[in-house]
Design a protein around this ligand. Structure first.
Ligand SMILES: C[S@@+](CC[C@H](N)C(=O)[O-])C[C@H]1O[C@@H](n2cnc3c(N)ncnc32)[C@H](O)[C@@H]1O
Length: 195
């Protein structure tokens, strides 16, 4: 008889575990599972993007909002995060409020592949190689020439690379104008602003 008392708690544990795994697999399927960029990588992404006060930065798949918070606090940007996971959306909003940057930060709950990117000066991503490949035509279609795209860990094959930190895995690209061509490959090890 005492064994019966253990049944509901075991069931609850298994159900919680299954729900957690389903939740993780869901975001992995939508674009990329959650994994935060290191504080060092975030600083480097914003530095290579050369984010300036008043510019609009969009982080696609914004997680806990660490990139948008720092872009607003340290660079004076209007920072927008797009995140599919409602729990992380609320966590990011709460953390922006706690950091005192709510007026400059907006977290949109939605699919990054549907986000309107017109007007963004800088787009940051930490996704997967497959998600970057799927996203690339949208970036080319919607971003104005001169906009910057910074990717952590994964590459874009048709955007013009202008700076990289190969040790940290941060790459910065610029959207070329209609008549411009790629500046060509960078020296090994990566160069760029304050590399
Ligand atoms: C690797 S994490 C990066 C989080 C944050 N940008 C950072 O660098 O710390 C990827 C994030 O993208 C979100 N994500 C995955 N697919 C998405 C989609 N289709 N639309 C919006 N967000 C998505 C995940 O929920 C996760 O929070």
């Amino acid at each position: 008889m005492p064994r019966r008392h253990h049944m509901p708690s075991r069931f609850a544990l298994a159900a919680t575990l299954a729900a957690y795994l389903a939740w993780r697999m869901w975001t992995a399927r939508t674009g990329s599972k959650y994994q935060p960029a290191s504080p060092r990588a975030v600083r480097r992404m914003l530095q290579l993007a050369d984010v300036r006060p008043g510019e609009t930065l969009v982080d696609l798949g914004s997680g806990d909002g660490r990139i948008v918070r720092l872009a607003a606090r340290d660079h004076g940007a209007h920072a927008i995060g797009v995140e599919i996971d409602p729990l992380r959306v609320w966590l990011a909003r709460l953390r922006a409020w706690a950091a005192g940057v709510s007026p400059q930060v907006r977290i949109i709950r939605g699919d990054l592949f549907d986000a309107d990117l017109t007007g963004a000066d800088v787009v940051t991503v930490f996704l997967t190689q497959a998600a970057n490949a799927r996203l690339e035509p949208k970036l080319v279609r919607e971003l104005a020439p001169g906009s910057r795209v910074v990717s952590y860990r994964h590459t874009f094959s048709n955007l013009s690379l202008y700076a990289e930190d190969s040790r940290l895995g941060v790459r910065a690209y610029v959207l070329a104008g209609p008549s411009e061509t790629s500046p060509g490959p960078l020296p090994r090890g990566g160069r760029g602003p304050a590399s």
